[in-house]
Write a protein that binds this ligand. Structure first.
Ligand SMILES: Cc1cc2nc3c(=O)[nH]c(=O)nc-3n(C[C@H](O)[C@H](O)[C@H](O)COP(=O)(O)OP(=O)(O)OC[C@H]3O[C@@H](n4cnc5c(N)ncnc54)[C@H](O)[C@@H]3O)c2cc1C
Length: 428
């Protein structure tokens, strides 16, 4: 049935948002025999401002979803090629743990549509061009959600609601979600740039200077998309494409005083010769980059927030596609639970609490470029230390891993979690 004519009035499971979180939840719900209805205000395929990078953690989820073959048609990244503090280092993805040894990068227009198609194939009802604008809540339970398409509004009465409406989470706000901006967050700009030849690393630059020459708390990235890059509308003209962008860190008390577009232009100019950049940046878009685990009120009796809506974003790097896919699966696995009010934040704290709490503290160091340089310079020059640091920064520590780096990460995370007041736990 076409989205234009569908006006469902009830649903077993209502999922708001068809990004990676919502669509993954829909796939797993449908595979578990639940009738899921997904609504998204966009028409697909749609662009999403992102770096398009996929970590091995995301690859593992794609393997679980059964689409590794499709992934094989896209660039395969060996690891991260880091630059900064007077040197550069190629750090291969960790071979130690439970995660695959490769990552990738796929434009979000293509990526999100692939997961959405998987949800449709699994039997999900998909209603696009339709926004969730309000909810009636009684005694912690969502009774109905108001949907809007054009001038029309109507109510849908779901048994369960999974809220996957992204970083701004309009429906989450209606439900009382609060994002605490005293932890570090970022603002970022991304673009697509043609290159003479592609590479197979996620390239990052720390130690960036702003247009006045001062060191900036933030980083730049250049992720290879191969020949299927761009958001589907770009003319390749025979050249591969990269996703290129810069991010600047802020807190509410200390907002970054930086103009992102001039910073991007400067980054492009500095990289042009060495990396064979061709032409000007295309499809330049900026967005808020939340740096994880700083939201409260993420669940009620029959509803839960997942993905970006729940602040499930790596507190240091800002990547969140992997957590979106994972939390979509966790939510579907929890559909038979009666009450999510404490169960859901407890689960997210169990899965991510240590890492998010520890990394959130570490992210504050990035806020002070001189301190960062003092800490980072010796680590950048120490191969083993750098490999460990990258594994921790990318959260490539599996639940059952007990090697030195994993033990250290867990210990530090645990101490950090203990130092957090209850009201400042990563998820509550
Ligand atoms: C500049 C930038 C760079 C990034 N780079 C990376 C990266 O390289 N790798 C990585 O892993 N992560 C990256 N991230 C983070 C990543 O983009 C998010 O973590 C990811 O998109 C979260 O997925 P989601 O499904 O939770 O939300 P989204 O992908 O935002 O999807 C939310 C969906 O909900 C829909 N929606 C919103 N409100 C409503 C409503 N009221 N009713 C109906 N539908 C609604 C939207 O249309 C959208 O389709 C980056 C983010 C930014 C901003």
């Amino acid at each position: 049935m076409s989205s234009d004519t569908m006006k469902p009035a009830s649903a077993d499971v209502l999922i708001v948002g068809a990004g990676p979180a919502g669509s993954a939840a829909a796939v797993w719900a449908a595979r578990a025999g639940r009738a899921a209805t997904v609504v998204d205000m966009a028409e697909f395929p749609r662009d999403k401002t992102c770096g398009d990078g996929l970590t091995p953690r995301a690859v593992l989820e794609l393997q679980k979803l059964g689409i590794e073959d499709w992934l094989g048609e896209h660039p395969r990244t060996e690891g991260v090629h880091m630059h900064g503090w007077g040197t550069d280092r190629k750090i291969v993805w960790s071979r130690k743990g439970a995660f695959p040894f490769y990552g990738s990068a796929i434009s979000r227009a293509e990526f999100d549509e692939r997961i959405r198609q998987l949800a449709l194939a699994a039997g999900t009802t998909m209603v696009t061009g339709t926004k969730a604008v309000d909810a009636d809540v009684h005694d912690g339970r969502i009774v109905s959600v108001t949907l809007q398409r054009g001038d029309e509004t109507w109510k849908i009465s779901p048994q369960k609601v999974i809220v996957a409406d992204g970083v701004r989470s309009g429906l989450g706000k209606v439900l009382g979600r609060q994002w605490h901006r005293d932890t570090v967050f970022g603002t970022a700009v991304r673009s697509y740039v043609r290159v003479e030849k592609e590479w197979d690393w996620l390239v990052t630059h720390f130690d960036m200077k702003n247009t006045e020459g001062e060191t900036l708390p933030g980083y730049g990235w250049m992720f290879p998309l191969g020949n299927s890059g761009g958001n589907g509308e770009l003319e390749h003209q025979g050249s591969p494409i990269i996703n290129m962008g810069v991010a600047a860190f802020s807190t509410a008390q200390r907002p970054a005083k930086v103009q992102l577009r001039p910073l991007l232009d400067q980054y492009v100019a500095e990289m042009r010769e060495q990396w064979g950049l061709v032409g000007e940046p295309m499809q330049v878009k900026s967005a808020l980059l939340p740096l994880g685990g700083a939201v409260s009120n993420i669940a009620g009796r029959n509803w839960m927030l997942i993905g970006d809506a729940a602040g499930c974003v790596n507190p240091i790097t800002g990547e969140g596609i992997d957590y979106a896919l994972e939390t979509g699966r966790f939510a579907a696995e929890a559909l038979d639970v009666d009450d999510y009010t404490t169960m859901w934040p407890d689960l997210l704290n169990e899965k991510y609490g240590q890492m998010f709490s520890g990394s959130r503290r570490l992210a504050k160091i990035f806020f002070y470029p001189r301190v960062t340089a003092t800490v980072a310079r010796p680590i950048m020059h120490w191969e083993k230390g750098m490999r460990g640091a990258m594994r921790l920064m990318s959260n490539l520590v599996g639940e059952n891993e007990h090697d030195d780096a994993a033990t250290l990460a867990r210990f530090a995370g645990n101490v950090s979690l203990k130092l957090d007041k209850r009201s400042r736990r990563p998820f509550h």
